[in-house]
Design a protein around this ligand. Structure first.
Ligand code: FAD
Length: 479
């Protein structure tokens, strides 16, 4: 077959939040850009199979639980009737609207969107197998690798069965099983477990480590564990799945470990969410000088340049944390670096949010990291129980904490658990990035009554002068 060769200044491989942010900025900076991805529009995992469909479903889960809880305030709704087909098409509609909108933005910028899969021929040429069946060669000056990641599996207990789901198939919402086992107590497992529990499944979570959300500060996780303990059928920590087999119209599971209540159990379906793996093989990277680390992530420098000078890598394929906003930021850094700007990927605070109920969010230094680093910090906490806004919402199960340098009084990190934590954490990011001190937060007037006041009052706690928490004065406020 005759393969046509095209040339472009920048070829971006993968159109997730990293790839399309990079492509759009490169185009805005005047470069000729090709963006390659098998989907009909840009969006990647985040828009098609991750952040967006999961948050649409979590919104519905929240609505269901709020309707249920409103009993406590004298409002009683009937038992909800769930039309799974309609719910699925609403969720799909959200995805279509967003990816269609991003597709429009791509056209407006004259980005050459190629629907297909790219493979490296060498450090300056790609071959693209188009979804339509065609093939083309693309010569590039620079390439940005943004191929993302995919769900990991546990080879020792894998089972090919339509009853064994990963995050992608769980989001398809093909049915609502009566019982669901979630293997892995990370954020994706807990978010999807929350959705299925709200829709009526009896959900069990099994986690190998001693607690849910390994690595996250325990005081934040405790609030979530307490509430999920009521929502879920059971949570087993320090426990692993030793075997899976098709059994009795479901899946038979054998558990091992300290948390086992019953060694053998049967579930209608199983969701395996044990992490994600970078997409860094199978498309010719070995024909370039790009290097991978032990876990398969592409090695990059602070401008996100790989060991092959013409190739950059961003997003999930370039390492942790595997989050959409980190991918987009890296994408913009890479585009600017290609344009010759003096830039570096050097954040002080990459926020992380677990969109469960309550939400958990953190940024900057965490208490867990401070302990590991043996770094002296002062930690101050403001409980949602002392927040007027949290009381009006019936959601006093939360807390805002600040990690402060005891010498300089600089804000080093923030952690929040509670309603709205994901929206509130942005203030922490700004505080950490701007090198704000506790007094900056204390003296900034926050609107009343809002949950954002918990940030200001946590800073007041640092000086022993919070209006709504009595904690004897510890340190003088220097005017
Ligand atoms: P991706 O979004 O993974 O996109 C990579 C794209 O590259 C894909 O479209 C893929 O098909 C394409 N591709 C791969 N190989 C090739 C090739 N050879 N040629 C052409 N194209 C190729 N993150 C958050 O920040 N917030 C959240 O709330 C959140 N929720 C999530 C929920 C779930 C269920 C999941 C699975 C993930 C979630 N994430 C969330 C993580 C987030 O989706 C990723 O961090 C983000 O999508 C990474 O972006 P990326 O640009 O690196 O790549």
């Amino acid at each position: 077959m005759n393969v046509e060769t095209h040339s472009t200044s920048v070829a971006v491989i993968g159109a997730g939040p990293g790839g399309y942010a990079a492509a759009f900025l490169a185009a805005d900076l005047g470069m000729e850009v090709a963006l390659i991805d098998p989907e009909p529009n840009p969006g990647g995992v985040c828009l098609y199979r991750g952040c967006i469909p999961s948050k649409a479903l979590l919104h519905v889960a929240k609505l269901l639980s709020e309707a249920e809880e409103s009993r406590n305030w004298g409002i009683q709704f009937g038992k909800p009737k769930i039309d799974v087909e309609k719910l699925r098409s609403w969720k799909d509609g959200v995805v279509k609207k967003l990816t269609g909108g991003v597709g429009q933005l791509s056209k407006q910028r004259k980005v050459n969107y190629v629907q297909g899969r790219a493979e490296f021929l060498d450090a300056g040429n790609l071959e693209v197998s188009e979804v339509s069946g065609g093939r083309r060669r693309l010569r590039f000056e620079h390439a940005i690798l943004a191929t993302g990641s995919r769900p990991a599996s546990i080879p020792s207990v894998s089972l090919e069965s339509p009853r064994v789901l990963d995050s992608t198939t769980a989001l398809e919402l093909n049915d609502i099983p009566q019982s669901l086992l979630v293997i892995g107590g990370g954020y994706i497992g807990l978010e999807m477990g929350t959705v299925y529990a709200a829709l009526g499944s009896r959900v069990t979570v099994v986690e190998m480590m001693p607690g849910l959300l390994p690595g996250v500060d325990r005081d934040l996780v405790k609030y979530l564990h307490d509430r999920l303990g009521r929502l879920f059928e059971s949570i087993m920590v320090n426990t692993r799945v030793a075997a899976l087999e098709e059994a009795d119209g479901g899946i038979g599971v054998r558990f091992e470990g300290e948390g086992v209540t019953k060694r053998e159990q049967r579930f209608d379906e199983i969701l395996v969410s044990v992490g994600r793996k970078p997409n860094s093989s199978g498309f010719g990277l070995e024909k370039t000088r790009v290097e991978l680390d032990r876990r398969g992530f592409v090695k990059v420098d602070e401008q996100r340049r790989t060991a092959e000078p013409s190739i950059f890598a961003i997003g999930d394929v370039a390492g942790e944390p595997m989050l959409a906003h980190k991918a987009s930021h890296e994408g913009r850094v890479a585009a600017e670096a290609i344009a010759g700007h003096k830039v570096a990927f050097d954040p002080r605070a990459i926020p992380a949010v677990v969109f469960t109920d309550p939400e958990i969010a953190w940024c900057g230094l965490t208490e867990t990291e401070a302990k590991e680093l043996n770094r002296p910090v002062e930690v101050v906490r403001f409980p949602f129980g002392a927040s007027g806004r949290a009381l009006t919402m019936g959601r006093t199960d939360g807390m805002t904490k600040l990690l402060i340098d005891p010498q300089t009084e600089r804000i080093l990190g923030m952690g929040i658990v509670g309603a709205g934590a994901g929206e509130l954490i942005a203030e922490g990011v700004l505080a950490v990035e701007m090198a704000a001190v506790a007094t900056d937060l204390r003296l900034s007037i926050h609107p009343h009554p809002t949950l954002s006041e918990t940030v200001m009052e946590a800073a007041e706690v640092f000086f022993g002068q919070s209006t709504h928490v009595y904690r004897p004065k510890k340190r003088p406020i220097v005017a």
